[in-house]
Design a protein around this ligand. Structure first.
Ligand SMILES: Nc1ccn([C@@H]2O[C@H](COP(=O)(O)OP(=O)(O)OP(=O)(O)O)[C@@H](O)[C@H]2O)c(=O)n1
Ligand SMILES: C[C@](O)(CO)[C@H](O)COP(=O)(O)O
Length: 381
């Protein structure tokens, strides 16, 4: 039994040839959802301890490339899974951890929950492994015909990682005949007690050609939606027009500011920066920098949306509310919507510009300036 904070070693067996899965390379080196299967598996286990990756000697260069940047030691495997596991355990034995997780490289979709459950069970058991109860009826068959039925009572489908006290599983493997399908079988043959923890349907083992597509579906990044808000205020000064959301609106005053003081476009820009957690306009275009004096705010908005695209996001929508008693926004709202959509490079239906008065209350009510609020959503492209 090993306590919380015990040292953990990880053996990932990857010396198989993947003959059932087919393809130009052994399955662990084939790409799924943009990365080799082995890379996904290494990344899933890397937070839990140092990794021994057991490989076929012919795969060394490929494995080194796949493991780049991670704490991984490559060790040559054997002709059977059990032999490869033993090679990995012997490599760890030079500086033995208290417990070890043994995992198939061919299970790249393993979740933190499954790994955590195995580690937690090791606090009170010699061994622990994830499994799912068999839920389908079971038959025996031969020659394409059903020859009998089999009770499913008490039957489980075994998964990995399988976790053990290190010294106990090393001894068990050293004395086993090397024919076991998995490490639970080896542990039980040595008299160790193994706890069953809940496995997951998503923890598939890539075995047949169709399993690559199943794994890709599970590994492909989920849609990421970001929401940001922006708020800006500019005071009135003398002048004969204001620029709001890129549209010149005649007025008996102007807005004061370092740039063109387009309060609506500034709020929209800050909403996009906010959704990206990228600060605000001041961070990207410091007011202390003279080159932005009198600048058209289109530059800021375009920069924000291009930054979003460079990070893999598309604009979902932007909604701007202008707060002022005058000038009246209604007659110009459609032109403003069109201008913002043009700058953002999106269809007009994704942009909303609306206005409200503040019922003559506060600084906007006293016509000392104009305020603007904006909300923007970004979605993964
Ligand atoms: N001599 C072997 C055989 C298998 N394995 C590993 O054991 C795991 C489970 O084996 P399996 O899914 O059967 O993989 P392969 O042996 O590669 O597949 P196949 O039987 O289709 O050739 C895999 O991660 C595989 O790389 C290994 O390290 N050494
Ligand atoms: C260890 C294992 O993943 C448990 O399900 C499985 O037994 C290994 O794969 P194989 O196809 O039996 O070699």
């Amino acid at each position: 039994m090993t306590g919380r904070g015990a040292t953990t070693g990880i053996v990932i067996v990857a010396a198989g040839r993947g003959t059932r899965a087919g393809g130009p390379l052994p399955k662990q080196w084939q790409a799924v959802a943009g990365a080799p299967v082995a890379r996904w598996t290494l990344q899933a286990l890397a937070p839990h301890g140092r990794i021994i990756l057991v490989i076929h000697p012919e795969d060394e260069a490929r494995a080194a490339c796949v493991a780049e940047g991670l704490l991984v030691t490559l060790v040559p495997g054997a002709g059977s899974r059990a032999g490869s596991v033993l090679a990995g355990l012997e490599a760890l034995a030079q500086d033995p951890p208290e417990r070890v997780l043994i995992h198939d490289v061919a299970r790249p979709c393993v979740s933190p929950a499954v790994i955590g459950a195995v580690l937690a069970a090791l606090e009170t058991h010699d061994g622990a492994a994830p499994a799912l109860p068999v839920t389908d009826a079971l038959w025996t068959g031969a020659g394409g015909r059903v020859t009998g039925t089999q009770s499913r009572e008490g039957l489980f489908r075994a998964q990995t990682p399988q976790g053990f006290r290190f010294d106990a599983i090393l001894q068990a493997h050293r004395t086993h005949d090397g024919t076991a399908a998995d490490d639970v079988e080896v542990a039980r043959a040595a008299g160790l007690e193994v706890a069953i923890v809940p496995g997951e349907e998503s923890n598939i083992k890539i075995t047949a050609p169709g399993d690559f597509a199943r794994a890709a579906k599970l590994l492909e990044p989920r849609m990421d939606v970001r929401l940001g808000n922006g708020y800006d205020v500019h005071a009135f000064t003398t002048g004969d027009h204001v620029v709001l959301c890129g549209v010149r609106v005649p007025h008996d005053r102007a807005l004061k500011g370092h740039s063109d003081a387009d309060v609506g476009m500034h709020a929209a820009t800050d909403a996009i920066y906010g959704a990206l957690a990228e600060g605000d306009i001041g961070r990207h275009f410091p007011p202390s920098d003279p080159q932005w004096k009198g600048a058209a705010s289109e530059i800021f908005l375009r920069h924000a949306v291009e930054l979003a695209r460079s990070k893999g996001f598309d604009l979902g929508n932007v909604d701007v509310t202008l707060v002022c008693e005058r000038p009246k926004i209604g007659p110009h709202a459609a032109a403003m919507q069109q201008e913002i959509a043009r700058i953002l490079g999106v269809e007009i239906g994704r942009v909303s510009v609306k206005a409200t008065t503040s019922e003559r209350l506060g600084f906007t009510g006293r016509e000392e300036g104009i305020a603007a609020l904006a909300t923007a959503t970004l979605v993964t492209a």
